[in-house]
Write a protein that binds this ligand. Structure first.
Ligand SMILES: Cc1ncc(COP(=O)(O)O)c(C=O)c1O
Length: 362
């Protein structure tokens, strides 16, 4: 069903895939497949992956876990992958390049057709991370929103991740990774031939896996159906447009890039992290971004209910006014981001580790 939704019919190849535990695992597995195939083909022991700065941190995690080198490239003024920079970053060691549809931070879709063309030209793989948009963009396109091709209809796209547990409305713990060919999927498997416990094989990261989650995911997908997804996307995209326009009208705030339903904003006039703290006091949970300092709001189906956007924008207007008027107010996130910006990277890592330790203590 996911392959069908993401252009399998127009792909000219048989698209195959696996259900995983989430976006991160889908990305880890695709990167493992590329690493192992690169090693098999060229004996290359340190393959590289080229990813725009805005591609999800799961690619850093994959690189760290798998011993890959992740080469980050800059994005343009609209926060989309700089195609020229990606082209220049490709070397003989490049196993794959990455594009997001859309990116987590700013909700903008990278120029996937251009990246796919480069991938084809240079003979490298292209993973399109549609964890966030896989279950929205196909319907956005059908609804007439300006969505350039981003899926298997582009011959250069060799793998994709799409999260059923986000806009697929399945319970948390499921995602889908798709490949253009079965040989590539084969490289994600783990096999052990000499273990006394028997001949062992496992397609994904986990050993034992919850069949109930896959069943619940399937049930969610057939319960929603194409029509359900289309209607959900319609409501989310309409609400996204209202949120975007509303934020753009608030004096002091600036919307970043050209987003559809994940709307990031920055400010030259107030501390955007203080705005987040003031929003948190009102019960709104926004995500903090950095480089540049910004925050985003991801519209979900719950926000499409009557009155929610009005309340969000009213609270945001008040939060901006307060953040400007009480610059030294107490807060949770503003001091943390302020400190993170001023500290060396190693110290910030230490801080994050200690924060996780603290969560285990409470
Ligand atoms: C674009 C993108 N990729 C990957 C992920 C990672 O997904 P997960 O949190 O399910 O591991 C996310 C999560 O928000 C995402 O937005």
């Amino acid at each position: 069903m996911t392959a069908h939704m993401l252009g399998a019919e127009g792909a000219g190849d048989e698209i195959v895939g696996t259900v995983t535990s989430g976006g991160t695992e889908s990305i880890l597995l695709a990167m493992k497949a590329y690493r192992d195939r690169a090693r098999e083909r060229g004996g290359e022991s340190d393959p590289e992956v080229v990813a725009p700065a805005t591609a999800h941190a799961a690619f850093d995690k994959a690189a760290q876990y798998l011993g890959l080198t992740l080469v980050r490239t800059p994005v343009d003024d609209g926060y989309r992958a700089d195609v020229g920079a990606v082209r220049e970053a490709i070397t003989d060691r490049t196993a794959a390049i990455v594009g997001s549809a859309p990116s987590f931070p700013h909700g903008v879709v990278d120029p996937i057709p251009e990246l796919a063309e480069i991938a084809r030209e240079r003979g490298v793989a292209l993973h399109v991370d549609a964890c966030l948009g896989g279950f929205v963009l196909p319907w956005a396109e059908r609804l007439g929103y300006p969505v350039p091709p981003f899926d298997f209809r582009l011959p250069g796209v060799t793998s994709m991740s799409a999260d059923t547990h986000k806009y697929g409305y399945a319970p948390k713990g499921t995602s889908v990774v798709l490949y253009r060919d079965a040989d590539l999927r084969r490289h994600q498997y783990f096999t052990a031939t000499d273990w006394p416990g028997g001949l062992y094989f496992s397609p994904t990261m986990a050993g034992s896996r919850p069949g109930a989650l896959s069943a619940a995911c399937w049930a969610a997908m057939v319960a929603m159906g194409e029509e359900g997804y289309m209607e959900a996307a319609r409501a989310i995209l309409e609400t996204g447009a209202e949120v975007r326009a509303g934020i753009a009208e608030i004096p002091g705030l600036r919307v970043l890039g050209d987003p559809l339903w994940v709307i990031a904003f920055a400010s030259e006039e107030v501390d955007v992290y203080r705005v987040m703290d003031r929003m948190a006091e009102r019960g709104w949970s926004l995500n903090g971004l950095q480089r540049p300092p910004a925050a985003h709001f991801a519209v979900t189906l719950r926000h499409t209910q009557p009155g929610v956007v009005e309340r969000l924008l009213e609270d945001l207007r008040a939060a901006v006014a307060e953040a400007g008027a009480r610059p030294d107010g107490e807060g949770e996130l503003a001091p943390v981001y302020g400190m993170a910006a001023a500290l060396p990277e190693e110290a910030v890592r230490e801080l994050l580790g200690s924060f996780v330790d603290m969560l285990y203590r409470v």
